[in-house]
Design a protein around this ligand. Structure first.
Ligand SMILES: [Zn+2]
Length: 209
């Protein structure tokens, strides 16, 4: 699942440092390697501020995270899960979550689908890629053919069920990347041709999701 939204650009310790911060940026006080205090500044040869540790020399780079999911289909229906965790508790989502180290994007998308819905799937092509720069995430959704209608939702889902297009709870979709992906999916299905779609979701500052 997509966990708590990361803090958006919390104020930096000093005004001059705050001015340097690209958005979004997570503040850091202590080095996760050696425990000493870190300082914020542009390292030699770099062009943006990083937290670095003078004690052990570690530069703590912050980069976007990948969120991987699927659009699982059984006959004419699409699988959605109702979230049992914040943010967006009780809202509906396609199965999705953060990529783990050591797996491919396809493996992560399939893993999330199994964990959250207990669905057996055959993964298809990449369907959508959406940048969400304000929360430093990129969301990827793959098409997926379900191998049966059986579902067994995991602890992060209140329930999982299959929806016809006219049953989709558009007002209760958890994330805009999911809403956009579902819109593209139904448009493509009507045309009978599935493309790979790309786009960006931009939120107003501090209005995550
Ligand atoms: Zn250190």
């Amino acid at each position: 699942m997509i966990p708590q939204a990361q803090a958006l650009a919390a104020p930096a310790p000093g005004a001059s440092a705050a001015k340097l911060l690209p958005l979004p940026f997570e503040t850091m006080k202590f080095c996760s390697i050696c425990g000493n205090e870190v300082t914020l500044g542009v390292p030699p040869g770099d062009n943006r501020p990083r937290y670095s540790c003078a004690h052990c020399g570690t530069i703590h780079y912050q980069n976007p995270n990948l969120v991987l999911g699927t659009v699982p289909v059984w006959q004419d229906r699409v699988l959605l899960c109702r979230r049992a965790i914040e943010p967006r508790y009780g809202f509906w989502t396609l199965p999705a979550g953060f990529m783990e180290n050591g797996e491919t994007t396809a493996e992560g998308a399939e893993r999330e689908t199994v964990e959250e819905a207990g669905a057996r799937i055959e993964l298809g092509d990449l369907f959508s890629m959406l940048d969400v720069p304000q929360v430093k995430q990129v969301h990827l959704f793959f098409r997926a053919q379900m191998l049966g209608p059986e579902l067994d939702p995991g602890p992060e889902s209140l329930e999982a069920r299959l929806f016809d297009e006219d049953e989709i709870p558009w007002q209760q979709i958890a994330f805009r990347t999911v809403e956009q992906t579902l819109q593209w999916f139904f448009e493509d299905r009507r045309r009978g041709i599935y493309a790979t779609h790309t786009g960006a979701i931009r939120y107003a500052a501090r209005s995550q999701e």
